[in-house]
Design a protein around this ligand. Structure first.
Ligand SMILES: [Zn+2]
Ligand SMILES: [Zn+2]
Length: 274
């Protein structure tokens, strides 16, 4: 029986005879149902079609981006972080094939997978089984997991240190369990924050933003944005990578604080005359 995959969000469902009618992730105001209608595929169909391939690129020392070409579903990038012999996959993508597995094995495999939020759950269980790695998801997002697995480990509270130098922080906002990953040793020990969609990097790469829904343009309350910015205030990081390989190259700590201040003023109506 196939594991159907929603072509709009890329999330894979448990085995069943027929495709589900609706997608739980897309039928919700933070995502959207394709105006042309709900459609499904499978990983096998994607592999047999021979049209997809994953591009694995070194971004900087000990950091690789993994992106599917041509773009599939939301089109996010996953990151492989090599941290002192412990390889971490941050967020996930739907497409997986033999070439990807071989390349990742050559880079040392994957020891743990962590997810920022449900939009990137994709085929996380396939990845976890292939590389024999646990998946870390904040328990506040439990209800959004459609394909269950013994590989999924729920974490709770505000932070979780996965290995020396890699810690997850729950910021919430876009999703209640929305998490970011802090890599202390990244960028020559100046620190990198991986934010998924929990903080988005703006077009100029000097600012970030915070939304409840990106496709539907629904903002977050000022108090929540203040709380999110405060939660990363004491972390040391020079760079931010979002889920689309957009990067704030330096002074990212300041970028977060000034962006939160601007956002709050905008939403409270004191930033400009309208
Ligand atoms: Zn979907
Ligand atoms: Zn999202």
């Amino acid at each position: 029986m196939p594991n159907y995959i929603c072509t709009t969000c890329g999330v894979q469902y448990p085995q069943r005879q027929e495709a589900p009618v609706d997608c739980l992730i897309c039928n919700e105001e933070r995502q959207y149902v394709n105006p042309l209608g709900q459609s499904w595929t499978t990983l096998e169909a994607m592999q047999q079609g021979n049209s997809f391939k994953n591009e694995i690129l070194q971004e900087e020392e000990n950091l690789y981006s993994i992106t599917t070409n041509p773009e599939f579903a939301i089109g996010q990038t996953a990151f492989l972080i090599q941290n002192q012999g412990f390889n971490m996959l941050w967020d996930c993508i739907t497409y997986l094939d033999e070439k990807t597995i071989e390349k990742i094995d050559n880079l040392g495999g994957i020891q743990a997978i962590a997810l920022s939020h449900p939009h990137y759950y994709s085929t996380q269980v396939e990845w976890a089984e292939t590389f024999n790695a646990p998946i870390y998801i904040h328990e506040d997002d439990k209800e959004w997991i459609v394909r269950q697995s013994g590989k999924i480990k729920f974490w709770s509270g505000e932070s979780l240190e996965l290995t020396n130098g890699i810690t997850l922080y729950r910021l919430g906002g876009h999703f209640k369990g929305g998490a970011v990953l802090h890599w202390k040793n990244g960028d020559n020990n100046k620190g990198i924050l991986f934010t998924g969609d929990i903080m988005q990097v703006a077009a100029d790469r000097q600012w970030v933003s915070f939304m409840y829904s990106y496709p539907n343009f629904i903002p977050l309350p000022a108090s929540k944005v203040r709380e999110m910015a405060d939660k990363v205030k004491d972390l040391s990081f020079n760079r931010i990578y979002n889920a689309f390989n957009r990067v704030v190259m330096e002074n990212a700590e300041q970028a977060v604080q000034k962006s939160a201040n601007r956002y709050i003023k905008a939403i409270e109506g004191t930033l400009f005359n309208t």
